[in-house]
Design a protein around this ligand. Structure first.
Ligand code: ZN
Length: 403
C-alpha cells in the first residue's frame, strides 16, 4: 500500500465529493447502489433540490435530482450518468481502486474515475455553482443516476426510458458519456455503432480427405473470408490516427469457426461467427453486402442469420436544425476548445433515449488524458476534473436556456 500524499487540491469540496462517490463500491456484479442513493440524497439536500428514487426492479434504484426551470412547460434537459462500474483486478492496481487517492501529479486513481462518476459529479458541481450564484435557467434540468449500464441496462435506462415516470419528465434533450482524448480536443458523439453478430453456415460435398472433391464447404469459407477480411482491411485504411475514428467505420472480426468430424473427412458443414460493429451510415449497404457475398459464395448452400442485430437508431443532428447542438457548439467555439464530432465506437445509455426520439450528445470532458475506461489504474487528473465543471457550468446554462 502506498503512502497517502496530501495534494493541494485534496481539500477542494468538488474533489472531495468526487472521491466520496468513487469510494462507493458500486462495482459489478454486486454494486452497492444503496450507498449511492444515500450519497445522492445527501447531495440533493445540500443543493436544496428534490430527489426521486424509482425502483422498477428491487435493488436497482434510478435516482433523479431535478432543478425546475423558469418555464417548466418547455421540454426538459436530462443529464444522465450510470452509477455502476466494471470489476477490477486489484493486484494490477498501483492504489486501492476504491480509495480514490490523489498522487503527486494530482491524478485521482479509482474505478469509475473516467467511466463515469466524474461526469455525474461534474453535473452536480456545476449546478451547485449556478444555483449558489442565483442563476435561473429557462428549462427544467434533471440529473439522472442509473444502474447497470455496464451489464447492458436491462434494469436501468432500458426500462426507465420506456416508463410513464420518464415520460412525465418531458425530456427534450440529453447529455450522456463519452471518453477521453490524448490531445487537447473534446470528443462529442451523436450516435453509436450497433452490434450485429452474424452466423454463416457453409455446406459442401463431403468425402475422404485424400480426394480432390469439388464444391466443398472450405472453398465457400475461403471466398467469404476474403470478402470479410478485405472489408475489414478497407475499414482499417479509413481510420487515420484518431482514437475515435473507429466509431465512423464498420469493424468485422471472425470470432469463431467450427466444422468437421476428424482429420481425414472433408467437412460437410462449416459454421463461422462474425462480430460486426456497424456504424449507422454503413448499415444498409453492409446488410446488402452480406447477402450478396453469401449468395456468391455458394447460393443456397450458404445460409446466414443474425444472432443479434441491434436496431439502427437515428443520429442526433449536429447542424443548424438542432438548437441544442448550436448552443453546445457555441460554448466550445467561445472557449476556443477543439471539438471532434463522431460516432461512439461502443454503446452507452444514450441509445435508449435516441430510440424514443430524444436527441442526445455524449461527452466526458477529459482532454490530455489516456483512455483507461475498463482498464487497470483508471485515473483522472484533479485539474482536468475541475476544468470539466467549468465547461458544464456554461454548457448546462446554454442548453437549458434554449428557447
Ligand atoms: Zn460508462
Amino acid at each position: 500500500m502506498s503512502k497517502v500524499y496530501e495534494h493541494p487540491l485534496a481539500n477542494n469540496q468538488a474533489i472531495k465529493n468526487f472521491q466520496k462517490y468513487l469510494q462507493i463500491k458500486s462495482v459489478q456484479p454486486n454494486p452497492d447502489y444503496g450507498s449511492c442513493v444515500d450519497f445522492l440524497t445527501e447531495q440533493a439536500k445540500e443543493l436544496g433540490l428534490p430527489i426521486k428514487i424509482y425502483e422498477f426492479v428491487k435493488g436497482k434504484p434510478i435516482v433523479v435530482i431535478s432543478w425546475t426551470g423558469i418555464n417548466p412547460d418547455l421540454p426538459s434537459i436530462i443529464l444522465n450518468g450510470h452509477m455502476d462500474v466494471v470489476p477490477v483486478v486489484e493486484s494490477e492496481w498501483k492504489y486501492d481502486p476504491f480509495a480514490a487517492e490523489i498522487d503527486k501529479n494530482g491524478n485521482i486513481y479509482a474505478r469509475g474515475a473516467q467511466d463515469m462518476k466524474c461526469v455525474s459529479i461534474q453535473y452536480l458541481e456545476a449546478i451547485r455553482y449556478l444555483k449558489q450564484n442565483g442563476v435561473k435557467l429557462r428549462r427544467t434540468v434533471h440529473i439522472s443516476f442509473v444502474p447497470d449500464e455496464e451489464i447492458f441496462s436491462a434494469d436501468g435506462m432500458a426500462l426507465f426510458a420506456k416508463s410513464q415516470e420518464f415520460k412525465d419528465l418531458n425530456v427534450g434533450f440529453g447529455l450522456d458519456e463519452c471518453g477521453p482524448t490524448p490531445n487537447n480536443e473534446y470528443v462529442v458523439t451523436n450516435g453509436e455503432r450497433v452490434s450485429w453478430t452474424l452466423e454463416i453456415v457453409c455446406h459442401g460435398n463431403t468425402g475422404h480427405g485424400l480426394m480432390l472433391i469439388p464444391n466443398t464447404a472450405a472453398e465457400k469459407v475461403q471466398y467469404l473470408l476474403n470478402k470479410f477480411l478485405g472489408y475489414r482491411e478497407e475499414s482499417r485504411k479509413k481510420m487515420k490516427h484518431h482514437l475515435y475514428d473507429l466509431g465512423n467505420v464498420t469493424s468485422v472480426n471472425l470470432t469463431n469457426i467450427e466444422g468437421g468430424v476428424q482429420s481425414n473427412v472433408i467437412p460437410s458443414k462449416i459454421t463461422m461467427l462474425f462480430d460486426c460493429r456497424v456504424t449507422p451510415n454503413d448499415a444498409v449497404i453492409f446488410d446488402a453486402l452480406v447477402k450478396q457475398w453469401c449468395q456468391e459464395a455458394g447460393g443456397d448452400s450458404v445460409t446466414y442469420k443474425y444472432i443479434c442485430k441491434d436496431p439502427v437508431l437515428p443520429v442526433t443532428k449536429t447542424d443548424d436544425s438542432n438548437p441544442f447542438w448550436k448552443a453546445f457548439e457555441n460554448i466550445f467555439k467561445k472557449r476556443n476548445n477543439k471539438l471532434f464530432v463522431g460516432i461512439l465506437p461502443g454503446a452507452s445509455d444514450a441509445r435508449f433515449l435516441r430510440e424514443i426520439g430524444i436527441p442526445v450528445l455524449g461527452m466526458s470532458p477529459m482532454p490530455e488524458t489516456p483512455f483507461l475506461l475498463h482498464n487497470h489504474n483508471e485515473f483522472l487528473n484533479a485539474q482536468t476534473f475541475l476544468d470539466g465543471i467549468e465547461i458544464y457550468k456554461e454548457l448546462i446554462s446554454a442548453i437549458a436556456n434554449v428557447e
